[in-house]
Design a protein around this ligand. Structure first.
Ligand SMILES: NC(=O)c1ccc[n+]([C@@H]2O[C@H](COP(=O)([O-])OP(=O)(O)OC[C@H]3O[C@@H](n4cnc5c(N)ncnc54)[C@H](O)[C@@H]3O)[C@@H](O)[C@H]2O)c1
Length: 263
């Protein structure tokens, strides 16, 4: 079963400014394309200059090189968005890592633990801290923080710091969504299921058993396409989601709801 091709053209984000971290690849890149196609000005933040520039060029947006663990660089990212386009309406705080030395708690060292916490969790704190003052002044904003379905479910194939970092993203997003709701700011955590990225394809092509072990738990029987995650971000970013706030927004093909899946 393949993902449906959606040719619908929505223009829900005309005149809005969106900042996307990790825009150079995967979910971030697909979302940059989707938000631009809906009319948003897109500011592409990434640590990878080549990939980030290419993304910005592809969507007619602006590239800002940023290490999302650095407070000053994150502030500069959101300032560039405001100075260039006059508002900060959408923050998709999405950059994240999943390194191989983050594994079982029995083998994961403190260095790997801390690095993952910095890139996946501290970065979201910094991005929200930088974005919210602009949104408060406007009386409007939508923040979407990328967590993961693994923040909601236990895995015997552990990546302990990754899972804990994403759990932190859920709790922080919920709290911010509640705190700033009456100022017109919505904050949601996005929980994608496994996405069919080049990295994942390569990993699973080398190791079909590893792929099969995961696929059996997915009711729809396949991994997500990045465009399917981008479509959910576009919804959360838009006024169509005006009453969707402080959620753990699952886009997981039914994984979190499943006990026995179809054969
Ligand atoms: N791919 C999946 O199956 C999946 C599932 C659930 C959640 N997620 C989450 O979605 C997000 C995006 O994942 P992806 O699969 O698109 O990843 P990806 O590796 O394809 O893209 C991540 C991007 O983030 C950038 N980046 C990494 N560290 C950075 C830093 N310190 N500062 C700025 N940019 C940095 C990278 O250069 C890259 O362009 C991550 O938070 C990930 O944890 C992914």
């Amino acid at each position: 079963m393949t993902a449906p091709q959606n040719d619908l053209v929505c223009r829900r984000l005309v005149g809005r400014t969106a900042v996307i971290t990790g825009a150079g690849s995967g979910i971030g890149l697909a979302t940059a394309r989707r938000l631009a196609s809906e009319g948003a000005h897109v500011v592409c933040g990434d640590i990878d200059e080549t990939a980030g520039k290419a993304a910005a060029e592809a969507v007619g947006g602006t590239f800002v090189q940023v290490d999302v663990t650095d407070a000053e660089q994150v502030e500069a990212l959101f300032k560039t968005a405001f100075d260039t386009y006059g508002s900060v309406d959408i923050a998709f705080n999405n950059a994240g890592i999943s390194p191989t030395d983050d594994d079982s708690i029995l083998t994961t060292g403190l260095d790997a633990w801390k690095r993952v916490q910095e890139v996946n969790l501290t970065s979201v704190y910094l991005c929200c801290k930088a974005a919210i003052p602009y949104m408060r002044r406007q009386g409007r904003g939508s923040i979407i923080n990328t967590a993961s379905f693994v923040a909601r479910m236990g895995a015997a194939t552990s990546q302990i710091s990754y899972t804990a970092s994403k759990g932190g993203v859920l709790a922080m997003s919920r709290e911010l969504g509640v705190q700033f709701a009456r100022e017109g700011i919505r904050v949601n955590a996005l929980c994608p299921g496994p996405v069919n990225t080049p990295l994942l394809r390569e990993l699973f092509a080398k190791d079909p058993e590893r792929a099969a072990r995961r696929l059996v738990h997915i009711p729809v029987g396949r991994f997500a396409d990045a465009q399917e995650i981008a479509a959910a971000v576009a919804f959360l970013a838009s006024d169509d989601a005006s009453f969707v706030n402080a959620t753990d927004f699952l886009v997981d093909g039914g994984i979190a709801g499943a006990y026995v899946t179809p054969v």
